[in-house]
Design a protein around this ligand. Structure first.
Ligand SMILES: C[S@@+](CC[C@H](N)C(=O)[O-])C[C@H]1O[C@@H](n2cnc3c(N)ncnc32)[C@H](O)[C@@H]1O
Length: 233
């Protein structure tokens, strides 16, 4: 998987270009994972330096290796730790994609992110939304009530936190299908090669259960928004 969210190359390029056009000097990526969009933004904004923060050392190692491959090592640092403790601002651009849980609910995250964005700066906020009202079973299967809203409700939270919505987008079905297929691909490729392996039944069960949760559960109900939010100067 190139991105750890339902994000196409085209949307990623558009988002990086829109943020680079603000001529950022500093970029902060909260829950960066391997920081693919952070690296694309740094490539598009040659004056910028970036910091990515994540708790997962394996994804951070992948980010550092990718930075090295693209000769961006001198302009980016991948830090291991809790976002709420390590992230310090304000930065010209803050990215928080699929990582709002680092602060609690999405409303909690938007409030916590506001002071990390320089006045006049931008927040790219990528987060789950309901495209259709979820069933009680689906909410339970996804881990219980967590404050997820529809897109309009998420914009309300952003405005309440002090931001203005500059660009509003949400993942397409094709982006979800690419993301979910990518998520399943390692298991499925392994199963095709290792049908008689003693662990095949367990791997098959894991992959089948995940695919079922998606296709019979949250497909077309759970969405994912990409908001470019501006902090008024
Ligand atoms: C869905 S992934 C998204 C990664 C990345 N933003 C991307 O779009 O590819 C969520 C990331 O948040 C990180 N994360 C979760 N809780 C965190 C916390 N409290 N502090 C820092 N990172 C956290 C996870 O380790 C994971 O890499």
């Amino acid at each position: 998987m190139t991105y750890n969210s339902p994000l196409s190359d085209g949307r990623a390029a558009d988002l990086a270009a829109a943020l680079a056009a603000t001529d950022p000097q500093t970029v902060l990526d909260i829950g960066c994972g391997w920081g693919e969009l952070l690296l694309q933004l740094l490539a598009a904004a040659p004056a910028a330096t970036g910091i990515g923060v994540d708790t997962d050392p394996r994804t951070l190692a992948r980010g550092r290796a990718n930075a090295d491959d693209r000769e961006l090592t001198s302009r980016v640092a991948f830090l291991e730790g809790q976002a709420a403790e390590l992230a310090s601002g304000p930065a010209d651009v803050v990215l928080c994609i699929g990582s709002s849980q680092a602060f609690g609910s999405n409303a909690d995250a938007l409030r916590a992110l506001y002071p990390l964005v320089r006045p006049g700066g931008r927040l790219l906020f990528g987060d789950g939304i309901w495209e259709r009202p979820p069933s009680a079973e689906l909410i339970e299967a996804l881990g219980g009530k967590d404050g997820t809203t529809d897109l309009a409700g998420l914009i309300d939270h952003a405005i309440s936190a002090g931001f203005r919505p500059l660009a509003i987008g949400s993942a397409t079905r094709a982006e979800w299908e690419q993301f979910e297929s990518g998520y399943l691909a390692d298991w499925e490729e392994w199963l095709v090669r290792n049908d008689g392996h003693p662990e095949a039944a367990a791997v098959r069960g894991t992959a089948d259960a995940h695919r079922d949760r998606w296709l019979r559960g949250y497909r077309d109900v759970l969405g994912f928004s990409y908001l470019i939010l501006g902090r008024p100067a």
